[in-house]
Design a protein around this ligand. Structure first.
Ligand SMILES: [Zn+2]
Length: 129
């Protein structure tokens, strides 16, 4: 497969509960969600790679007014998670109580998980590891 990685492929991997990131062939940086260019060296020769799915919490916010897909689930957390491989992903934070944000600790270890929205579409989220 020498086809250029696309955001559609990225989404398809998630639908299959099989998260993939991109890896820069020049410098080895891991990139997710996919971009056309490496954030580290500017290289454009990128290939799919699997990741550990482990990371840590960098920051989070509580969402009270949500898009249609998650309207029934407010309030909920959205987090920025830094994967062990170095890239940062924004996703829902699962398995924690959004009414008690003081219990959420920055830097806490998380692992990737999958959840299905109202529409049947699969999303990635993170849970305490
Ligand atoms: Zn690079």
């Amino acid at each position: 497969m020498s086809e250029r990685p696309t955001i559609e492929q990225y989404q398809q991997y998630i639908q299959d509960n099989d998260f993939h990131a991109l890896k820069c062939k020049s410098c080895g940086a891991v990139i997710a969600p996919p971009k056309g260019m490496c954030y580290s060296c500017g290289g454009t020769d990128l290939e799919w790679t699997t990741v550990s799915g482990k990371g840590k919490l960098v920051s989070f916010t509580v969402i009270h007014i949500a898009a249609e897909e998650f309207q029934d689930e407010t309030p909920y957390f959205v987090a920025i998670v830094e994967l062990d491989e170095g890239t940062r992903i924004t996703a829902r934070l699962l398995g924690l109580d959004p009414t008690q944000p003081e219990k959420v600790k920055l830097g806490m270890p998380l692992k990737i998980d999958y959840e299905t929205g109202k529409s049947g579409k699969v999303y990635i989220g993170f849970r305490p590891a």
